[in-house]
Design a protein around this ligand. Structure first.
Ligand code: PGA
Length: 258
């Protein structure tokens, strides 16, 4: 299974900056074909930039996949002010959508039940749902991380979840944007727990990707991405510079060569 390196731009970039970042990523991939072949990249710009970025990607042969940072739980069009449906995203070239990021769970009070409805809507529109889970600092200090993550998985994953339509992103809340990273051993332990939890509950649990996210940078990516059951990374801050984003992907190759 190829590793997936997913760049969550969050609420960053104006129109010009988004186009420039996309162009830099395209140039970087063009200049490094072994990297483009060995690693799967995906970018998640703010929704408003999706149409122009989709147009840029259309003209490129070697390119990252495109995704959104959220979608509506409602599959059908209707009176849902401010919402964007999964099928609208698919219409602008999106193949993936991030759901249940901690900045939405904790920042906006989004529940696992809502996230499950969103994942269902995403999958119905043919999108891969990247479902985020992760414990807070207090939950980790209380040793409750496994319990918290398992409960989030239980309530957030729709019954149709499987390797083809779902990716899990484990993102400890205390490691997001803080510069603190979980140790490789901690990441390996919780990813193993997630893999075990998936078994018997989803389709093709062995090949369902589990990403790690939380202050992943070029200098720690090699160790994190080589841990067992770590099938890629969800990158925030470091995805806003093309060279850092691609360097995280390159860490996968260096690890293989070592
Ligand atoms: P970070 O964000 O890499 O800036 O910690 C990760 C994420 O929130 O997806």
């Amino acid at each position: 299974m190829k590793k997936l390196i997913a760049g969550n731009w969050k609420m960053n970039t104006q129109a010009q900056g988004a186009a420039a970042l996309t162009m830099d990523i395209l140039k970087g991939l063009d200049a490094d074909l072994p990297l483009a072949r060995a690693v799967e990249f995906a970018i998640f710009p703010p929704c408003i930039h999706l149409p122009p970025i989709n147009a840029m990607l259309k003209g490129a042969e070697i390119k990252p996949a495109l995704g959104a940072q959220d979608c509506s739980p409602h599959a059908n069009e209707g009176a849902y002010t401010g919402q964007i449906s999964a099928s609208m995203l698919a219409g602008y070239g999106c193949t993936h959508v991030i759901l249940g990021h901690s900045e939405r769970r904790h920042g906006l009070g989004e529940t696992s039940e809502t996230i499950r409805a969103k994942a269902q809507a995403a999958q119905a529109a043919g999108l891969v749902a990247i479902v985020c889970v992760g414990e807070t600092q207090a939950e980790r200090e209380a040793g409750r991380q496994d319990e918290v993550v398992a409960a989030q998985l239980e309530k957030s994953l729709p019954p149709e979840a499987g390797a083809l339509n779902t990716v899990i992103a484990y993102e400890p809340v205390w490691a997001i944007g803080t510069g603190k990273t979980a140790t490789t051993a901690d990441v390996a332990a919780i990813h193993a727990m997630i893999r075990k939890w998936l078994s018997g509950r989803v389709k093709s649990p062995e090949s369902l990707r589990i990403l790690y996210g939380g202050s992943m940078k070029p200098d720690n990516a090699g160790a994190l991405l080589s841990a067992p059951n770590v099938d890629g990374g969800l990158i925030g801050g470091a995805s806003l510079k093309a060279e850092e984003f691609l360097a995280i992907g390159r860490a996968v190759l260096q690890d293989r060569a070592a």
